[in-house]
Structure formats: structure tokens, C-alpha cells
Design a protein around this ligand. Structure first.
Ligand code: SF4
Length: 652
């Protein structure tokens, strides 16, 4: 049975081998237009957790501090009655609905609709926690909050710039495209404070100090302008606000950039000359979104606009997104936007014609606003989302959940978050239901059902539809019908064709089935892209800076991969540069106390010059690292800055 890998945003095509309602293996699908017969190790074992011993089989309800088995009728009636009771007492916005990014487009769409039926815009997804700065910066600059070309264009480029991303670890199947690019004599540039396996294939490695990207990108912009290495025709005909940008970057000299980033002036010039080539791809991962965030990405996006490297074969921007439907979740479920656009009377009225009720017109709370700053949220409904393990300042998250009047968790396992729930609803996993997902390059593909869910577990869309019936509505309970409703509602998705999403050999990208965006116009009424000037303070922290990142064999919170036999949690290490280790008298394998303003943990040291002096690194999959990572939030999107936590370490 054809399916899409349930892990990262590459969205590789799989062929699931089934016998008697059991998946017994996986083959890469050679027809899939992006993965082309490749999958990584995670894709090959993706089916194993479905039969883990602790799958949730039945609805559970908490009585006397214990979760006990109950019926679907009781569980759903209790969810509906409790939410209504809390809303009567504290108002509609005392309830929030947050989802993970493994859910299908149809489930995400139905979930936000359910929240709005309850009269609140308190909806969000964990897309907020990773690439919301990318979506926001792209939308403000070019008009659509998504990457503008496909990963399959990588071999066509002459230069590929990769900022804050280790492709070989985070999106392994894309390595093939970089190898093809190398065969075509492309130059690869890595901008990252840390060396990884990916570093061994790059032509220029810039190990900049954390949070200093804006100095680098603005200085490159300034250099390109001063040396007339810009595309004046493109700037005049296809962009707005160049003069304001030019004036702002004029103060970002090479010397200022060298002082702040720690990168030699000569290397900055080398990169600037590469940016000025024809056919350049600008790409980035969480190292950028979770450090300088929206501002840093706006500074980066000015470079393709200056050089006209957008809307052409072998050029453009790529965002390395981390989850199978994170692009779709970010498009569909937001507290300040309706699925059909701006939150205003006209759009609310339009939705009421499709939905049969009118959604409220007032901005709701995002995930960080609720978890870190809200006293008004009394009830939470989480769908496939595990904030206890994934959000920074874990102690604050645990305290917030303990104080709720109601926590409903709909998931496939008893996650760390589900343990705090009053009601747990067992859902079907990815291969046990149908529906579509949108990959990092806007490719929408349909997953087919391979096996039945275990016990009484149900697809998320069915659970949502059942709750809607208790409210007096009747949400659709069939993914194909939900897909058609979604297309009617969401302008960007209106041209999708369900048959194309089911054929893995066909391009089915939104908005128009095209790889390349912006060949002729940007997505604004005047068709022009916007230069957005940004500034940065200087960072002179005396503390070490903790960075976190991915390991090729693990995945996000590890709740799923930990359930692959033989892949139980490993002993974590803290990477420390030899200079810092000598100064702090720490040897390889020593236990150290790692401390930030939010928490403390013991961890063993790994001394390595893969990290630059002044920084330390740990894998994000470790259960306790989020006790240490602090919740400093991006000004515009609220995305936590996981790649910048001030820490101290000492021998334990
Ligand atoms: Fe799955 Fe990503 Fe690996 Fe592809 S690269 S098999 S989508 S984890």
C-alpha cells in the first residue's frame, strides 16, 4: 500500500508491505517525484511503533487520580460537557485547541473548525514552534508562507547556501540531491556554528557565532550593492523598498560583520561573490528560525531579491521543514488568521455559509502565549501534540498543565503529556487511516490506509466529527469529502486535484501545481516582492551558549522512535570545545552540571572542536534538555529560540 513517511518534511514515498492486517516491511517507492526510490533509516522502521506494546487501545478518563478505561460515549460526552461548563464559567476563550504536525490536512482543518464551533480562535499547531518565522518572513517578503522551489532543483543550482541545517542528519534523503549537485560542479556553503557530517561535502564552511546571522546577511547585501553585483533590472521591475534596505545595510560593514560573527572578512567576501552568481539556492533550517528568527530570515531573503535569484530554474528558496505535515498545519491552523484569509467580518461570513456557524472575529492565543503567559486558559484539547517533551522550560509547562481544569489528549501513545490528562482519546496512527499531507516543498500527497487501528482507536477526523454531533453540527467524517471542503475554503489549496495527490508520480503542489513560485509575479496585489530592512543588537554574552539539534537516527521528542525495538533512549552527551573544556577543567566523559536560568541537569561531556569556543551542543531528543532550554521568544511569531540558551557548566 502506498504511503508517505510519517517523519520529516521531505515526505518520502513508501510502499508498505502488508499481510493479514499487519505491516511486515517497507520498500522505497521509486515513483515518488521527490524521494525517487530513496528512504532513510527512520522511514524503513516507521511501521514498527504502530504495534508497540503501549499503544492506546481505549478511551481513558481520570477518576481519583488514575486514568481508567471508559466508553467512547462517556469520554466524548464528558469532553463536550466539561468544555461547555468551563466556557460558561470563564468565557469562550478559556479553552484552547492545539495540534501537532503529524496530523493530516483534513484533520488539522476539522480541528480548527471544531475550536471555532466552540466559539474560540485559540487554535495553533507546533508549526509555531519551528518554522513560523520562515512562513512569516516569506509571506511578508514574497507573499506566500512557503518555500519557493522544490528540493529537486538542488542539482540544477551553481551555488547552494545552507544556513542552520545539517541535511545529512535532519533530512537524510536530500543528501542525494547535494551529491548530484556536486557532480554538476555546484558549490555548497554551510553557515552554522557547528560541524556535522554535512560539513564534509561543503566547499565553504562559515562557523559563525550564534545569533549573528543578521550581521552576516546585511554585510553581504551592503557589499553586493557597493560593488554593483546586484540585478538592477530585477530590483526596479519586481521589488519595492530597495532604497530603505540600501540605507539600512550601509552601516553593516565587513569589519562590523567580522567582529560580531567571528567569520573572517575574506570569507564573507567569498560568500558575497558566490551569492552574486547565476542560479543560487538559499536554504535554511531551524538553526536560523530558532535563533535570529523572523528578522534573520528577512535579512537572508533580501539576497535572492538583490541578485534576481528567484522564480528561475536552479534558483530560489528552500525551507527544511521537520514534520510530515508541518507546512500544511502552518497554512491551516492559526489563531490570528482564518483558513480563508484575514480575520474579518467578510471572511467570517463566508465561512458561516460553508460551516453553518460564524467563527468569532478576535485574535486567539498562540501556543507560547497560552503556555507561558496565560492565566485565562482553563481547558486544553491537544491532538497529537506533546508539549511536555517539546517546549522549553519544561518545569513551567508541567506546572501549567497541572493547573488546568481540563486536559484532553488525543494521541496514539501514553505520552509524557497524556499522563497529565483528565481524558485520553486513542487515535489511529498514520498508516491506519487515509488523508493528505503537505511536504516542505508544497507537494500534497495522499496516504492510503494499510491496516486497521488497534482496539477502539479511531481516526482523528472521526473523533472530531463525533464531538461536532454532540454540539448539534455534523462535520464530515470522510477524508475525501473533508479534502473537497478544505479546497472550497482555503484559497491557496483550491487548485489541488485529489486524483493527482493519489498518484505519487505526478506533481501536485499548491497553489498551481508548480515547483517554481514567482516566475512572473510575487503574491501581492502589485506583484512586487518587498525588501524589509532589519537590525540586530550586538551579543556579548559572558556565558556559554547552548545549541540543540538533531541526530540522524532519532526524531523530535523521540516518543515514536523510542518505541522501535532496539532504539531505546541513548546516553546523551554535551559537546564542549577543547578550549572551554581546558579552562573549566573538564575531561572527555566527565559528568558535568549544565545549568541555565530555567533548570539544571547532569550530563556527560564530549570534548570536540565540532563546536566553536563559547558554545556547547546537545541533541534535542533527550528528554531532559528542555528543562535547560529557556523560553526566549521570537518578537514576531513567539517561536522559542532553542538555538540560544545562556548556560554555565561545571564538573559534577
Ligand atoms: Fe522519512 Fe524524512 Fe527519512 Fe524521508 S528523509 S524517509 S521523510 S525521515
Amino acid at each position: 500500500m502506498k504511503s508517505i513517511c510519517p517523519f520529516c518534511g521531505v515526505g518520502c514515498g513508501l510502499e508498505l508491505l502488508t499481510v493479514n492486517n499487519a505491516i511486515i516491511g517497507v520498500k522505497p517507492d521509486p515513483e515518488h517525484i521527490v524521494s525517487r526510490g530513496h528512504v532513510c533509516g527512520k522511514g524503513m522502521v516507521s511501521y514498527e511503533p504502530l504495534t508497540a506494546w503501549d499503544r492506546l487501545y481505549y478511551p481513558l478518563i481520570k477518576t481519583k487520580n488514575e486514568l481508567e478505561r471508559t466508553t467512547w460515549d462517556t469520554a466524548l460526552k464528558t469532553v463536550y460537557e466539561k468544555i461547555t461548563e468551563i466556557q460558561k464559567k470563564y468565557g469562550n476563550d478559556s479553552v484552547a485547541f492545539y495540534g501537532g504536525c503529524q496530523n493530516t490536512l483534513e484533520e488539522v482543518y476539522s480541528f480548527q473548525k471544531l475550536a471555532r464551533a466552540f466559539g474560540t480562535n485559540n487554535v495553533d499547531s507546533c508549526a509555531r514552534i519551528c518554522h513560523d518565522p520562515s512562513a512569516s518572513a516569506l509571506k511578508q517578503t514574497m507573499g506566500i508562507g512557503a518555500g519557493a522551489t522544490s528540493v529537486t532543483e538542488i542539482p540544477e543550482a551553481k551555488v547552494i547556501i545552507v544556513a542552520g541545517e545539517s541535511v545529512t542528519d535532519s533530512h537524510p534523503v536530500l543528501t542525494q540531491y547535494f551529491l548530484d549537485a556536486k557532480k554538476n560542479n555546484a558549490k555548497i556553503v554551510q553557515i552554522d556554528p557547528r560541524s556535522t557530517k554535512f560539513s564534509s561535502m561543503v566547499d565553504l564552511q562559515l562557523k559563525l557565532k550564534p545569533r549573528t546571522d543578521i550581521f552576516l546577511f546585511n554585510a553581504i547585501g551592503n557589499y553586493l550593492i557597493n560593488n554593483n553585483l546586484i540585478d538592477n533590472n530585477f530590483i526596479n521591475e519586481r521589488t519595492e523598498n530597495f532604497e530603505a534596505y540600501k540605507s539600512n545595510v550601509s552601516k553593516f560593514t565587513l569589519e562590523l560583520a567580522e567582529k560580531n560573527t567571528g567569520i573572517k572578512k575574506e570569507d564573507i567576501i567569498k560568500l558575497a561573490e558566490m551569492v552574486a552568481s547565476d542560479k543560487v539556492i538559499f536554504s535554511w533550517g531551524l538553526g536560523l528560525t530558532q535563533s535570529t528568527g523572523t528578522k534573520g530570515i528577512k535579512a537572508f531573503l533580501a539576497l535572492p531579491l538583490l541578485t534576481g535569484n528567484i522564480g528561475k530554474k536552479g534558483s530560489g528558496v528552500i525551507v527544511y521543514r521537520g514534520q510530515t505535515d508541518v507546512q500544511g498545519s502552518g497554512d491551516l491552523i492559526k489563531p490570528d488568521i482564518f483558513p480563508n484569509g484575514e480575520m474579518n467580518e467578510k471572511n467570517s461570513e463566508e465561512l458561516s455559509k460553508i460551516w453553518g456557524f460564524k467563527p468569532p472575529i478576535c485574535k486567539g492565543s498562540s501556543i507560547p502565549e497560552a503556555f507561558y503567559n496565560s492565566t485565562k486558559i482553563k481547558a486544553l484539547f491537544l491532538m497529537g501534540y506533546n508539549p511536555v517533551k517539546s517546549l522549553p522550560e519544561k518545569s513551567r509547562i508541567e506546572a501549567f498543565l497541572k493547573n488546568l481544569d481540563l486536559l484532553v489528549v488525543q494521541d496514539i501513545f501514553m505520552t509524557e503529556t497524556a499522563k497529565y490528562a483528565n481524558i485520553v482519546l486513542p487515535s489511529a496512527a498514520w498508516a491506519e487511516k487515509e488523508g493528505s499531507v503537505s511536504s516542505m516543498d508544497r507537494l500534497v500527497k495522499w496516504r492510503f490506509k494499510a491496516v486497521n487501528p488497534p482496539g477502539e482507536a479511531k481516526p482523528d477526523y472521526e473523533i472530531i466529527s463525533d464531538i461536532s454531533k454532540l454540539m448539534g453540527y455534523s462535520f464530515k467524517n470522510n477524508p475525501e469529502e473533508i479534502f473537497e471542503e478544505l479546497k472550497m475554503t482555503v484559497p491557496l489549496y483550491k487548485n489541488l486535484n485529489i486524483n493527482d495527490t493519489k498518484d505519487y508520480s505526478k506533481d501536485s503542489r499548491y497553489p498551481n501545481g508548480e515547483e517554481l513560485l514567482y516566475e512572473e509575479r510575487f503574491n501581492f496585489p502589485d506583484g512586487k516582492a518587498r525588501f524589509i530592512p532589519v537590525d540586530s543588537p550586538e551579543y556579548n554574552s559572558k556565558s556559554l551558549i547552548l545549541l540543540t539539534g538533531r541526530l540522524v537516527t532519532r526524531y523530535n521528542t523521540d516518543e515514536v522512535i523510542n518505541r522501535v525495538p532496539g532504539m531505546q533512549e541513548y546516553e546523551p552527551r554535551l559537546w564542549i570545545n577543547p578550549d572551554d573544556a581546558a579552562r573549566l577543567k573538564i575531561n572527555d566523559n566527565d559528568s558535568v552540571n549544565l545549568k541555565s536560568r530555567s533548570g539544571e541537569m547532569k550530563i556527560k561531556a564530549r570534548i570536540t572542536d565540532d563546536v566553536i569556543p563559547g558554545t556547547v551542543f546537545a541533541y534535542m531528543h533527550n528528554a531532559d534538555i528542555n528543562y535547560i532550554v529557556t523560553a526566549d521568544l521570537d518578537d514576531e511569531t513567539g517561536t522559542p529560540k532553542y538555538k540560544y540558551t545562556e548556560v554555565n557548566i561545571e564538573p559534577a
